[in-house]
Write a protein that binds this ligand. Sequence first.
Ligand code: ATP
Ligand code: MG
Ligand code: FE
Length: 336
Amino acid sequence: MIVLGIETSCDETGVALYHSERGLLADLLYSQIDLHKEYGGVVPELASRDHIRKLAPMVRQALQDSGLTRNDIDGIAYTAGPGLIGALLVGAATARGLAWAWQVPAVAVHHMEGHLLAPMLEPKPPEFPFVALLISGGHTQLVKVEGIGRYEILGESLDDAAGEAFDKTAKMLGLSYPGGPKLSALATRGHTRLHFPRPMTDRPGLDFSFSGLKTFALNTLQASERSAQDKADIALAFQEAVADTLTIKCRRALQQTGLKTLVVAGGVSANTQIRASLSAMAAREKAAIHFPRPAFCTDNGAMIAYAGCQRLLAGQREALAIKAKPRWPISDLSSI
Ligand code: ATP
Ligand code: MG
Ligand code: FE
């Protein structure tokens, strides 16, 4: 089965073609970062308009790159939520329209299920059941995963998502949007001399809170001379605190569930210090750990094509309505 995957939930247009036996046949990504940069964050209306501009040409390009025609496509998967409503509607309407025109089934994919299943595209995919840590721009969740669509939330952030905390702290340090990767680069020049708190690790439970860290970073910056070295030191201390906190909670989740496989996905899982800290913990716990390749940590069409393909193979079909849900808990999904 060959599935066209379409991702437009935020500021990245992703288009991919996934073959159920041969793997990825095409994978295109267009990032709107330059468009939103001057506003310091994503402007929803501009995002929708840019998806409209890029999406159809990218679908054409994906077919051309892989030497396929529309007759080869067996189904279309699109991100139906969560995300920005206008941006979602562009992908959903395009996907639903193409599916109707090409007389193939369409399937609405949950964006975070896409992230969660992204490590399945790697040569050694994880095996169910496992614990998943989802760390992205809008989510920080620990999920017990029994199979596709069988998700139990073990814990989540009570305030800022990990990526959001990275981006807000980066902004305070004078780094441009999206600051996460830039803060990480700045941290490589930092000296270990500051210690930030590890929020909510001194009590039981698997929830997170990251907004206090951002305030702690601000107070530390204001009390300093704000030199380039001060900023690098703050970036390092912040990143260490996030890495350590995530690691403590993941170890707890593995111990609590008795599971021996950890999957880490979402944009923040591209962070090398976080990957190293979690990998070292997994080795100590004798657990397997799986990440997506860095390009598939952040938003992409490949993860949507993959997730949609699994649901289509299981016989899931969507009605003709265009489905877009800005809020959509992952625990509401049906199993296949
Ligand atoms: P969601 O998936 O929750 O809807 P999103 O799609 O905006 O949100 P992703 O695309 O998964 O989020 O990830 C983007 C986030 O990842 C941003 O907050 C970005 O700063 C962060 N990020 C990306 N690379 C890194 C990195 N190397 N270190 C830290 N943060 C990073
Ligand atoms: Mg993005
Ligand atoms: Fe995402």
